[in-house]
Ligand binder design. Structure first.
Ligand code: MSK
Length: 652
């Protein structure tokens, strides 16, 4: 009886059969995972609702109860100030994570340009020239190294500059959006400066007007979206290549029983790119064979997975909630981690298996875990050392049980490739997309981004929303762990066409794309900003991002980076819907309302939390229809077939 109850409980945890299989094994072995601990640890209702202020030692103060609107903390801070400050600090941490990632890529590019990081090359010269053009750097008569140096220095200047001019990439946004930011004082000036100013403003006794605090939150998030994140994407493309479609597989079934399995987990491409290269070197393969393995098998988790999937076609072991489960298969010889979304519980789980957990970032150590420090000046040497450690650990495997589940996928859709795919080599453009939105074959577009959260059924909302939207002719782009969920569910393969509505199917068949397109990692949400701006520039769909029939959705959010992405999308004019757990300011109804109505009135975008996945679908479709109506493209036009005579009458 107890067994049945346990099984039922497990089934309610995820829609992924591989997850359920490994969870059963974990339960039998008495191993605790995020899926089990979430039942033991209830969220603190005060903290979850944003009602707790712990920014000074007079408190922590709790602004709770029936008359909380009339209560204050000891300093007099009201509930909206407290909730806005908490939200601001969360967005600040998210923006810092993405932007610090961007800074490191810029520093690597600089080292490569100066000849100090010889293992890396400038892989995409066309992109280098394009980025130089966007940065107003002249390229005439300069070597690629010289251009790369100037690009890297300009990028780094965006982090620390002190003047009040907007960041370089703000000029990529539609003109109308730039003017609005200027008018409202929201244009980010320096990536680091906005973060520091937000932390300053949220110190005790500083900015105590919730709306004013939230303005600065938008400016900080924009500094990441149109700054740190966008630079991370562009400079990674220059160094490691701009993605183009590649085939791979997703889910724990990509692990191999007879090969050395190395999982690359975290977010950054610098070391993982080198580990991919090292694992393909003959001396490493021979060494693996000498130890009884048939080869070396790499697989990714989280956004490191996305980086090496998009550019190298490395298969995906899973999304954020797979990290513990991968080790529990007993088949992972080394898990190599860098930064973000890497959980401390891995250390404890690895103790019960043979897996060698290796931290590599100077910014992220885990107590008791082997640390091999990454250094961009000798990355191949370090990568080989790590691959060798994994190979040496192969013979220590005990019981191995790899779930048989995995699905084929196609990933690698950069905005450059999408433009090329739509218009061809000589007329690469978003025109066909705009035309098909205008003629109604495609109703609109949605970006499904972000994480998983064990507080909700793993992957369920992501997959439900994705399927429902394509059925309603909404083109979907995916990033982050939502992209992994889609890949595992088989939705990134051409067969997804079956689930699409007639109009969308027609366009996808003509262009040769799937109705759900994988555009990258979390920092690559900046690619979506670029796509939206280029769609606006192409014409016919209004003159700002807020005019477009498009919605951003994060169905299963868990972290501060997700909030920061939400805010830069809202401040760029998008309607953003978050599913799963409630708003982090849910205890303050006026603030919840302000982020919907107040932000919409101010910047044309809004942030809404909606736990019901079906309601997210309905709200998305409703919003898209509202935007289509405003653009006067809501009425389906009859398709007229012209004969020769009527063609002659056309005055074109
Ligand atoms: S990894 S930020 S859980 S998407 Fe980018 Fe996944 Fe969210 Fe981490």
């Amino acid at each position: 009886m107890a067994d049945k109850a346990e099984k039922k409980k497990a089934v309610e945890k995820s829609i992924d059969p591989a997850v359920l299989e490994v969870l059963e094994k974990a339960t039998a072995a008495g191993i605790s995972t995020m899926f089990s601990r979430v039942d033991e640890m209830k969220p603190c209702p005060i903290g979850a609702a944003g009602e707790c202020c712990k920014i000074c030692s007079m408190g922590p103060c709790r602004i709770t109860g029936k008359d909380k609107e009339n209560k204050t903390g000891i300093c007099g801070a009201t509930l909206d100030t407290v909730a806005a400050r908490n939200f601001a600090r969360a967005v600040c941490a998210g923006a810092s994570s993405h932007s610090d990632h961007g800074r490191d890529i810029a520093l690597t590019l600089l080292a490569v340009a100066k000849g100090e990081a010889k293992d890396y090359q400038i892989k995409d010269e066309i992109k280098l020239h394009e980025v130089a053009r966007l940065m107003n750097i002249s390229t005439e008569g300069k070597t690629k190294e010289k251009i790369a140096e100037e690009v890297a220095l300009k990028a780094l200047n965006n982090f620390g500059k002190q003047d009040s001019e907007p960041l370089t990439y703000v000029s990529r946004a539609p003109k109308k959006r730039q003017e609005l930011w200027k008018k409202l004082g929201l244009a980010p000036r320096g990536i680091d400066r906005e973060v520091v100013e937000t932390l300053h403003r949220t110190h005790a006794g500083t900015d105590q007007d919730a709306e004013h605090i939230l303005d600065q939150v938008m400016r900080t998030a924009l500094g990441s979206g149109w700054g740190g994140s966008m630079l991370a994407t562009d400079l990674s493309d220059i160094l490691f290549g701009t993605p183009h479609p590649l085939r791979a597989k997703a889910n724990l079934g990509v692990l191999k029983k007879d090969e050395v399995n190395i999982i690359l987990h975290g977010h950054e491409p610098t070391l993982s790119e080198m580990i991919v290269a090292a694992s393909r070197e003959q001396d490493m393969i021979d060494y693996a064979k000498s130890k009884g393995a048939k080869g070396i098998n790499l697989a990714g988790i989280c956004c490191t997975a996305n980086e090496i999937l998009m550019r190298q076609g490395v298969s995906v072991a899973g999304n954020v909630l797979h990290q513990e489960l991968a080790i529990i298969t007993g088949a992972v010889d080394a898990m190599v981690v860098d930064v973000q979304c890497v959980f401390q519980s891995l250390a404890k789980i690895a103790e019960s298996y043979h897996t060698l957990l290796i931290t590599t970032s100077a910014k992220a150590k885990i107590k008791g875990v082997t640390h091999v420090q990454f250094d961009e000046h000798r990355p191949m040497e370090i990568a080989k050392e790590i691959v060798k450690m994994a190979i040496d650990n192969f013979s220590n495997r005990k019981e191995v049980s790899i779930p048989s589940f995995s699905n084929d996928l196609i990933a690698g859709f950069s905005h450059e490739y999408i433009r090329y795919m739509l218009g061809g080599k000589y007329r690469a453009s978003f025109r066909p997309l705009n035309d098909n939105i205008i003629n109604g074959r495609i109703l609109g577009a949605a970006a499904i981004v972000g994480c998983n959260n064990p507080r909700v059924v793993h992957d369920k909302a992501i997959i439900h929303i994705a399927k429902e939207l394509i059925k309603n002719n909404v083109l979907v782009v995916v990033t982050g762990c939502s992209a992994h969920a889609s890949g595992k569910a088989g939705l990134l393969a051409p067969e997804t066409m079956e689930h699409a509505g007639e109009g969308l199917k027609e366009v996808c068949e003509a262009v040769g794309i799937s109705p759900i397109i994988h555009v990258g990692s979390c920092v690559d949400n900046s690619r979506i900003l670029t796509i939206l701006s280029e769609v606006v520039e192409e014409g016919g769909l209004g003159d700002d991002i807020s005019d477009l029939p498009a919605v951003g959705i994060c169905p299963e959010w868990y972290c501060e980076k997700a909030l920061e992405i939400a805010v830069y999308c809202v401040a760029s004019g998008a309607y953003v819907l978050f599913g799963g757990v409630d708003s982090p300011v849910s205890g303050c109804e006026p603030l919840v309302k302000y982020m919907i109505d107040g932000w919409e009135a101010k910047v044309g975008g809004k942030l809404e939390f909606e736990p019901d996945a079906q309601k997210i679908v309905e709200k998305t479709l409703e919003h898209i229809q509202k935007k289509r109506k405003a653009l006067k493209i809501d009425k389906a036009k009859e398709r007229i077939l012209y004969d020769m005579e009527s063609r002659r009458e056309l005055s074109v």
